[in-house]
Ligand binder design. Sequence first.
Ligand code: NOJ
Length: 525
Amino acid sequence: MKDFLWWRDGVIYQIYPRSFSDSSNDGIGDLQGIIEKLDYLQALGIDAIWLSPINPSPDVDFGYDVSDYTGIDPKFGTMKDFEHLVKEAKKRDIHIIMDLVLNHTSDQHAWFLKSKQSKENAHHDFYIWKDPKPDGEPPNNWQAVFGGPAWEYDEDLGQYYYHMFFKEQPDVNWRNPEVRSAMLDVFRFWLDKGVEGFRLDVFNAYFKDPEFKDNPPKFGIRGFDRQEHIYDVSQPEMYPLLEEIRTIVDEHKQSYVVGETFLADTQQTASYCGNDKLHAAFNFDFAENRWHPQRFLDSVLKWYDALAADAWPNNFLSNHDMKRAASRYCFGEDDSRAKVALAMLLTLKGTPFLYYGEEIGMRDIPIRKRADIKDPIGKHFWPFYKGRDGCRAPMQWRNAPHAGFSLAEPWLPVNDNYTKRNVEMQLSDPNSMLNFSMKLISIRRSTPALIRGDFTPLTEQPRFILAYERQYEGDRVIVILNFSSRLLNFELPKGGWTCLLTKNTAYTGKISMAPYQVRILEKKV
Ligand code: NOJ
């Protein structure tokens, strides 16, 4: 396609590096492991990889607590390995997106260690320190997402510091000009290394209310949910900062920045996207839908409507923080619904994000005992919430020990279904999820209407079938997805249509839709 722009027109694939491929056989995935799988990723047809954090980290939150923004954690390899990865990826037209966790650092970051030395230390103001209230209580009522109050008392300093997540993840003070400039340098550093995109972790939490007012109460079960989060996230100061970030990123042609909004609805999320802001942000409203075509349709229409004309949508169904789509929607090992979901993701208007293993329909691993849990929030909230280990299990490559992920015992167990559900076996099965994924990605790539086309729903208030048309220049494509286990009929728009999934079949008028059938039909005008 002419003027193909990777982040807008391509498919982005999220890798959780701990779990993708382990070349050093220590049970934890690494950069060399990713390099070894680049040919696979190229054959899959993806255009970019988003790497969950690979910076040095004490792993209280598995990489989302960074102790050095310009280093590579030795468990993943070296800077040389990273440079090699960039080079090898480039050869295959695969772009690299780094995860930047700039709302907070690890409490082992040199800045924080200095910050807590004394109130006079030049780094003290790099974090959010406050005196206790006269009665010794924390400065306000803010709560931590991962449980308990968001303020941790430091005996030596006689002050509290603020942490939105774990106490080992102190929030930095973005209002301090030195912090701001050091963080902006982090973008420059990685751009110079050949990185072409960034995913910003909880960026809309960078700024807090300057007066640290109490959040108003609201109904909810646990502490964090019992507040209206109007003072701890989504402050107006974020917009000028995004403009500044965008200016830096734009100095490198075709570079990209996508943001993870936290506690933001579709409107709020969309407000951060545009020519002088983020290229894109994640729309959780879509990803969190239950299995109903109307829900998905409503979410995307709301999303398209909220985005300004200079913003391009993106869509995702799974990531490292939520139960995998296949586990949410499928019955057992039956992939019918996973295929419908994937077809929707790859044919809606918007850049699709795939989560590693989604292409083979990987399921979450079961979490049975508290003692087995690695994710600290799972330990903390057990048994009400079991954490995020389920969706972070090793990639299933082969029917071999540890699914071919590693020769050593992996850091999380491999799903028992790996003997049947793995890349190698699915490659040789024409009906597999993987062959379906590859076919869809390649159809998408060669069909401009699916990449750039306008979106028009063909079903009003759908209960069983979701159908929509994508139009671009002379191309018209319709996508028909049977969300149900019933055999149904669908009336095609006027004219003759050719099937893109099973070539050379022409259809007109009424067609039948088998349970969970996916049809993609094209008409050239
Ligand atoms: C969002 C990340 O996706 C999640 O994994 C992490 O725990 C929090 N931000 C804190 O960084």
